[in-house]
Design a protein around this ligand. Structure first.
Ligand code: SF4
Ligand code: SF4
Length: 300
């Protein structure tokens, strides 16, 4: 029987998440809580409702189907009582304006593969394939494993984006079916890591040190203002990565996409230091990492 799991998005034609043209399959659920998270809809293991009132055309279809009476009409205005919402998705099914969209859907491995192989022709021309992302895809390690196995049966290139914050067994099980890992290192100081992310970095570094002996790894480091955007922070990461014998470091400058998404999820954006990092600053940090002998890319 085909394994099942929770997927919150499938994006085709990506060129930023590994070699060639790739299809990104985002699995839902993550145990980290990075304050700046770009995909807060990925954090919970269950579906979440995006509500964008500016798209609403006032058809009232959602009011009729909501079993929780979370959407009401008062003095000709539609009100959404988010606190009553159970994220069942019934309103999204009837909202043709897409003001209401449910993020998170149970899919089988076969359903995922059916989507992924649509772009087979592009993969073979560009050495592309599939990248599993999240959330943390290895939190659903059986599902991830079954997708990767099927991809290999179909001759596809496979990659995983991981925070590394999972039991080692979850990583180990997928190694034979994964061509490369895009592995996040966000900070070398365990206390700062815990303050901004909710957990320290011990397990993440330990898993990386085990994985390096068995797989190809590219490091991804988001540059986050007030968290790790100093030359010392980036130098510490680059030095550690170079010592492990890893060649490539990708620096991803902070973008505040997360702010809007938190808003349409009905949640407060927890990151207070919300400022864009300019090109000059990024270049300075790139040069710092370069001095450690790494191939440094900006933006993946
Ligand atoms: S179904 Fe969508 S467009 Fe219609 S009232 Fe509800 S939110 Fe607005
Ligand atoms: S997701 Fe379900 S409970 Fe929430 S508003 Fe829509 S229909 Fe109501």
């Amino acid at each position: 029987m085909s394994e099942k799991g929770m997927v919150f998005d499938i994006q085709r034609f990506s060129i930023h998440d590994g070699l060639g043209i790739r299809t990104l399959v985002f699995l839902k659920g993550c145990n980290l809580r990075c304050q700046w998270c770009f995909n807060p809809e990925s954090q919970r293991f269950k579906p979440d409702l995006f509500f964008q009132p500016e798209k609403c055309i006032g058809c009232q279809a959602c009011i009729k189907v909501c079993p929780q009476k979370a959407i009401i009409i008062k003095k000709s205005h539609i009100f959404f009582r988010r606190e009553l919402c159970k994220n069942c998705g019934k309103c999204a099914e009837v909202c043709y304006a897409e003001a209401r969209v449910i993020k998170g859907k149970e899919m089988s491995t076969d359903e995922v593969i059916k989507e992924v192989i649509k772009d087979n022709a592009f993969y073979s021309k560009t050495k592309g394939g599939i990248t599993l992302g999240g959330g943390e895809p290895l939190q659903q390690s059986n599902f991830a494993l079954s997708i990767l196995k099927k991809c290999k049966e179909n001759g596809l290139s496979t990659a995983i984006e991981t925070s590394g914050y999972v039991p080692w067994e979850n990583i180990e099980s997928v190694i034979p079916y994964t061509d490369f890992f895009l592995y996040d290192i966000k900070h070398m100081d365990p206390k700062v890591h815990k303050q901004y992310i909710g957990v320290d970095n011990q397990l993440i570094l330990l898993n990386l040190e085990r994985l390096i002996k068995k797989a190809m790894i590219i490091i991804y480091t988001p540059i986050i203002p007030g968290f790790n955007n100093t030359e010392t922070d980036i130098n510490d990461i680059a030095q550690y990565v170079a010592k492990l014998g890893i060649n490539e470091l990708n620096l991803l400058p902070y973008q505040n996409y997360g702010r809007y998404k938190y808003n349409i999820l009905g949640r407060d954006y927890p990151f207070k230091n919300d400022k864009i990092i300019n090109e000059e600053e990024v270049e300075k940090l790139r040069l710092v990492a370069l001095k450690q002998g790494l191939e440094v890319k900006i933006g993946g």
